[in-house]
Design a protein around this ligand. Structure first.
Ligand code: GDP
Length: 528
């Protein structure tokens, strides 16, 4: 039996992120293929929202089905246990991605070599930089006529605010793409476009030897020598510790659809990526090696079958050993809970487990006890941090269209917002008016559809002139009460009962911040 220490060192829990279409799904699938977890390509379905799909609702359901199946993909490789956490690329689901990133120890960022750094890439990287998550960059689609690799590296450094260090280097690009040279282990991988089979020709070569000329031709050999010299001069030696501290991102080049550059990425990743890391709670930092179990919920998924109202809560184990049928403390509810069917996700199949170790993601059936961000422990009162709600970008009022179904609507909107589909703000002074805040229009369609199909409630969303929501606090309780009373029209409460100021415009918000120096305005819900 492995010790807990060994279990921790075996785990590599990471997320793959990209702007839609850069090749995240393809790369995920190829990692599973090279890792031996699947035998054929085509097994991993894209969780993308297709444009112009027959019906948006059908599309949402299709997407939900896929995202349950691909939320976590686990496989064993070189005696390691690899957990890939899937993230939606679509920007309307960005909050879901941000939350998933709280549960990983490192990230692989996929970039399209033709398009370079795209808008969504920048936002995702900001979240990684906030937490100093170690990042590896995979520059994909090298079989296409992309940008010059040196220009791409400059663009990464400028737009993503991180230093880079190439660990492989392409020999040509597009139709002349001949392969990649691994600077990390000094070997050459000759390109052989093949979409279905893994065909490799990896040879160790000294780049100064004549063998290189024989393999790739004199002209390309000389270019490679020049490039490598330049890289070593400009970027210096690769230092794993600065990668682990999130300061430098190693860069790989390849073509995922052609199985190219994936083996180098996987092998180097398993060597350098961090195993389970310590995590912050509101009271202290928790080390994975600690004896007592702790963990938090970072994602909640409703059952796809509307007849079954139970949900799946995704638990990230942070310390100790999680055991089936043992009672744990649900810190927020101050309640003891146990789980008789916890499961893990071995390459898309569910399997009931008896134990889970730090770094693992475990699926728990939930009948409504969990909200995103909830902590489980063996009794210690603590709350894992880093899962704030961000100020939404769009606000609409929820209008009940069927007064006979008010209860269903109430319950439905509560549960959907617990799942993190959107944020609910209730205005107690305005007859409990319900404002739903999101980061994208698509969420309103999702909510409306699910309320009707899962809860039998009909609703409409009316636009409200709100530009920003800020959480408000004060060191002086009286001043806060006074502010809340005076601004009743603009005050709402979030799911935890915190006061939120809803501002009609940025200007009004600024005026209120200026005129109320005793009140603190926060742009995320995590301000304790
Ligand atoms: P995602 O939205 O990031 O998950 O992207 P997908 O993995 O679905 O890929 C988007 C499109 O790019 C698909 O049509 C892929 O077949 C294609 N693609 C992925 N990798 C490569 C590659 O290395 N070269 C080329 N030419 N196309 C690729």
């Amino acid at each position: 039996m492995a010790t807990i220490q060994e279990e921790i060192h075996k785990r590599r829990t990471f997320g793959i992120i990209s702007h839609p279409d850069a090749g995240k799904t393809t790369l995920t699938e190829k990692l599973l293929l090279f890792g031996g977890a699947i035998q054929t390509a085509g097994a991993v379905k894209s969780n993308k929202i297709k444009k112009g799909a027959t019906s948006d609702f059908m599309e949402i359901e299709r997407q939900r089905g896929i995202s349950v199946a691909t939320s976590v993909m686990t496989f064993e490789y070189n005696d390691l246990k690899i957990n890939i956490l899937d993230t939606p690329g679509h920007k309307d689901f960005a909050e879901d991605t941000y939350r998933t990133l709280t549960a990983v120890d490192s990230v692989i960022l996929v970039i399209d070599c033709v398009k370079g750094v795209e808008e969504q890439t920048e936002r995702l990287m900001e979240v990684c930089r906030m937490r100093n998550t170690p990042v590896i960059v995979f520059i994909n689609k090298m079989d296409r006529e992309g940008q010059n690799p040196f220009d791409l590296l400059d663009e990464l450094e400028q737009k993503l605010n991180i230093k880079v260090r190439p660990l492989t280097w392409p020999i040509n690009i597009g139709s002349n793409f001949k392969g990649v040279y691994s600077i990390y282990d000094k070997s050459l991988n000759i390109f052989n476009a093949n979409k279905t089979k893994i065909e490799k020709e990896v040879v160790a070569v000294d780049i100064w030897s004549e063998e290189l000329d024989k393999k790739v031709g004199e002209k390309d050999a000389n270019q490679l020598r020049e490039d490598i010299e330049l890289i070593e001069g400009v970027y210096g030696d690769f230092d794993r510790s600065v990668y682990l501290s999130g300061e430098v991102a190693p860069v790989f080049f390849g073509s995922a659809v052609n199985n190219f550059g994936v083996q180098e990425l996987l092998d180097t990743f398993t060597e350098i990526a961090p195993s389970t890391q310590a995590r912050k709670t509101d009271v202290r930092i928790v080390e994975p090696e600690e004896k007592k179990f702790t963990g938090f919920i970072f994602k909640i998924h409703a059952n796809l079958d509307p007849k079954h109202r139970d949900r799946i809560a995704f638990l990230r184990v942070c310390s100790g050993t999680f055991e089936r049928n043992k009672f744990y403390k649900h810190v927020r509810l101050d309640k003891n809970l146990r789980f008789n069917n916890p499961y893990n996700f071995m390459a898309q199949e569910k399997e009931v487990i008896d134990e889970g170790f730090p770094g693992d993601v475990i699926g728990l059936y939930d009948t409504g006890n969990f909200k995103i961000g909830d902590t489980l422990s063996e009794g210690e009162l603590m709350q894992y941090q880093g899962i704030p709600s961000f100020s939404p970008e769009i606000f609409k009022e929820l209008m009940n269209l069927d007064p006979m179904k008010s209860k269903q609507l109430e319950k439905g909107i509560q549960q959907l917002t617990d799942e993190g589909v959107a944020q609910l703000f209730v205005q107690p002074h305005l007859g409990n008016r319900k404002i739903v805040g999101t980061v994208g229009e698509l969420q309103y369609e999702v909510i409306q559809y699910r309320l009707e199909h899962e809860y039998g409630a009909k609703c409409r969303f009316d636009h409200r002139d709100i530009a920003k929501a800020c959480w408000v606090t004060s060191d002086d309780e009286k001043k806060l009460t006074e502010f809340v009373r005076l601004k009743a029209q603009n005050i709402a409460q979030d799911k935890d009962g915190n006061f939120v100021f809803l501002a009609e415009s940025e200007w009004i918000l600024r005026m209120n911040i200026q005129n109320n120096p005793d009140i603190q305005f926060h742009f995320t819900s995590e301000f304790k």
